[in-house]
Design a protein around this ligand. Structure first.
Ligand SMILES: NC(=O)c1ccc[n+]([C@@H]2O[C@H](COP(=O)([O-])OP(=O)(O)OC[C@H]3O[C@@H](n4cnc5c(N)ncnc54)[C@H](OP(=O)(O)O)[C@@H]3O)[C@@H](O)[C@H]2O)c1
Length: 284
């Protein structure tokens, strides 16, 4: 039997409706427009596409996005000064740094400068720490999107065997914490994992975010598993994910497609976090 294909766009729309309601409530209560500011450094074409999508999503929920564009050559000191000013500015209710950033800049230094109250992506040490200890507050957008998809699909996580392919700070590490907080058993794999299949074949839920096209095929999948494909890779045939969709769909129970799966839900979860930082700034 063929796997059920999870409709990320539909889930994203539901999330957006809730965020629009929340933003409207806050605007009426405080009589103020939210100001969410993105710092974009250089001219990365993939960032430009993502930003355009996110800006459109912002408009749909009543947030006027503001982007500050800096040249590739900008110094670390200049950006740190800018972030510090935005941190102090009472008219700014959320800050995002658009990654990737040029190599001469330290992402740790920039993230550490952000005021955790305005940290839309949940990447500051304080917000990360809260996620790890189970006091989830502002959770990074992609892990939050994966959780929302599983919630929408009514998957009970307690006792499930989960395998994550990715150990980055943005995806794998916070996601591991979210699953552990819900009593799943988690294996985290990466490029040094000796035998990837040994892990994936036992997964009730498999999350792949390697950025390698067709890394995962039917040989890696336990029958009836829930397969969540986070990869977004541009190829000459268009955008694809990590998973060989055609082979895996005949064995998995549910699968998220690329495009139209995790991507739109991640954008919607960014709006969820914007509403949170807006509320943070207004409620003190
Ligand atoms: N859908 C979304 O919203 C969304 C959001 C974020 C990212 N993405 C996509 O997800 C992918 C990963 O993004 P990222 O920023 O997390 O990239 P990243 O930092 O490069 O992470 C890739 C991860 O996959 C691991 N990996 C690479 N090749 C592997 C292999 N052959 N076997 C096992 N593990 C392997 C890497 O391990 P090592 O660190 O040991 O090399 C690393 O942990 C990209 O395609 C990106 O476009 C999608």
């Amino acid at each position: 039997m063929s796997a059920e294909i999870v409709d990320g766009k539909k889930i994203a729309e539901k999330i957006r409706k809730n965020v629009a309601f929340e933003i409207q409530k806050l605007k009426l209560k405080y009589n103020i427009e939210p100001n969410i500011t993105t710092i974009k450094i250089g001219n990365n074409p993939e960032s430009n596409i993502y930003l355009k999508l996110r800006d459109t999503a912002c408009e749909k929920v009543g947030i006027k996005p503001k982007n500050i564009e800096l040249p590739e050559s900008v110094s670390e000191e200049e950006i740190i000064n800018l972030i510090s000013r935005l941190n102090e500015d009472k008219k700014v209710h959320g800050i995002l740094i658009q990654f990737p950033i040029p190599k001469h800049l330290s992402s740790d230094k920039l993230i550490n400068t952000l005021n955790p109250k305005k940290d839309v992506e949940g990447l500051t040490p304080l917000n990360m720490g809260k996620t790890i200890v189970g006091d989830e507050y502002i959770v990074p957008c992609t892990p939050l999107a994966i959780l929302k998809i599983l919630e929408e699909e009514k998957i009970r996580l307690q006792g499930k065997d989960v395998v994550i392919i990715n150990h980055s700070n943005i995806v794998g590490k916070p996601l591991t914490a979210l699953f552990l907080n819900r009593n799943a058993t988690v294996s985290v794999t990466h490029v040094f994992t000796k035998d990837l299949k040994k892990y994936t074949i036992g997964a009730d839920i498999l999350i792949s975010a390697s950025g390698i096209p067709k890394l995962i095929n039917k040989e890696h999948i336990k029958p009836d598993a829930f397969v969540i494909d986070v990869g977004i890779i541009k190829t000459s045939d268009g955008v694809t994910g990590d998973v060989d969709f055609e082979s895996v769909k005949n064995i998995a129970g549910k699968i998220t497609p690329v495009p139209g799966g995790v991507g739109p839900v991640t954008v919607a979860c960014s709006l969820v976090n914007m509403a949170k930082t807006f509320r943070n700034c207004m409620e003190k």
